[in-house]
Design a protein around this ligand. Sequence first.
Ligand code: ATP
Ligand code: MG
Length: 631
Amino acid sequence: MISDEKFVNTIKLIALKNAIEFDNKIKLDVVISKTFSYSKFLATPNGNLKDYIPDIKTIVSELEPLSLENKKTLYSELLSKENDYMRENDKYGKDRDRSQTHVTNHENSDASRESKSKENILDFQLPDLSDAVKGNVVTRFPPEPNGYPHIGHAKAAIIDEEYAKKYDGKLILRYDDTNPLKEKVEYYDAIKDGLDWLGVKPQIIKNTSDDIEKLYEYARKLIQKNFAYVCTCAPEVIKRNRINSIACNCVSNSVEKNLQHFNEMVNGNYVGDRSNDTGSATSSTAILRYRGNISSLNTAMRDPTLFRIIKDGDHPRTGSKYSLWPTYDFAAPVEDSLDGVTHAMRTKEYELRNELYYAILDNLDLPKPRLIEFSRLEFEGIPVSKRKITPLIEKGIIQRWDDPRLPTLMGLKRRGILPEAIRKFVMSLSITLSETKPSIEILESFNRKLIDPISPRLFFVKKPIRICIDSLGVETVEIKNHPTVDMGKRRVAVENIIYISNDDAIRIKTGDTLRLMDLCNIEILSNDALKNDSIGGDSNECVIHAINKGNEVSHKIPKIQWVSDKDMIEYTILKPLPLYTGESYNENNLVIDKGYAESYVSNLPLGTQFQFVRYGFCKVDDKSTAIFTHR
Ligand code: ATP
Ligand code: MG
């Protein structure tokens, strides 16, 4: 068996990635060829690569039986391990730097080539599109401006954009703004800002409302061809008839009458025609319906609504000019077709509506884009839907759209998730139809890999416990901000009093030796932490007494972080947790950790990402508060 753990890890990553991309199937030949192309950049292992084929086969056969979900979880775990390897690699590089300057440059460039080639091999590709011609592919992302964009929208927008890129095509951003009751200027702007942040760059930006007159024209065409009729039945009657496959009397109105009524609807002076009412209509309202098949097994075909009158509330773009608005069922196919969309991607819940989409375009003799479905993104306990997020804000349960507990793009940004991580995550999900909820940890491991090299490593102690150290003998220590990336150093003033976190304090016993990272080793002389009720360092009493035991670094003694009494600030970390447990609201979805941080942290500009050693990655939210990103 290949002995190099790192090499085995890479083969596993290649195999798992292949399974994630191709519906849980691992193609052995692909894994072998990718491993070979990757290994060209490796200094080790040596020997004939063909000799590794049996090992690759074994690895693949061990991974194959895992469920797709388990494969994804394992993938994210191995990816995190990759970080550690890279760090190790850097460290060895640096050590060599000092001792053998003459080989370093050459070897370092090997290492960076290795990491580059690995990036490429481990980057996810989308499966090919049918009927895609390079240069001619047009995709579109059609959000409704009725809320703030979230990571589900990121999935759709990124897939749309990546396909356009893959085929040198075009991406259209089309605001699907056909319901004045729900849409606001604020939301158009939020969507644009969200896409800008994600780095999604549409070639064309437009609104469905720009085309409203054209949509009326196509509706008239449908009526003329007798594929649509005006219906004046009461909503509850329409609903009941649909369920029972009963056609209402409006279906037999003449084309002329339908056209006349439709034009009145367009002009906003429709007064109502109750002559055909089959039930207890109370308002003089009317809708345009598609003449489908009222007894179709596909309920979406049971004479669905194409246009409805919405009189209350001005439209954010057209004001009160129009009061007749198309439904999604009519606007989506006609707009896609008129926009020249070749491949229209949407989430799987629309699948039943595909028949209607194609039927409308057939009836209108318009070109038909190819519809492609992908699964809706959901996470356990986190609502990835405007319909669920907006009420949380409206009811004041959550105050801000950028609350780090929310999966809104603003929330993810505030929490410290990078747009590149979202893109990698979306690409790793690919366009599979499987309904499983991916683990948010996959997103986190992509993010960790990206932020680790840009995050200084600092100290924070939760629930501080005071230690007095005899014969410390230093007044300042200089600590590197990152062990392997050059981020400068910081100076920390120390005296004989320092703090460690309660979690560590309760584990140490009299006589233990431990290392205070970057400071010194200490031996514990006495420890009252278990008896201590007054956590927080208000009292000047020392809870733990210790003595300096020199500076020799040993792997055998535990290493813990600390904060100096002479150089600290009170600090708070907000830790977002899932909003729901199952169906019920999680009352404890925001943990507040309080403690001491080294005062250096107070100088970090807002938004800085850093790591609190042995705690996790954080992002500065204000002078004395950070938001926990992930471990
Ligand atoms: P919501 O429930 O958030 O209102 P929606 O589908 O009504 O969802 P739209 O603004 O109409 O939101 O969506 C624009 C595009 O984004 C659509 O193509 C939709 O399929 C896609 N989309 C929305 N939510 C998700 C999600 N959770 N996962 C994947 N794609 C999504
Ligand atoms: Mg919608």
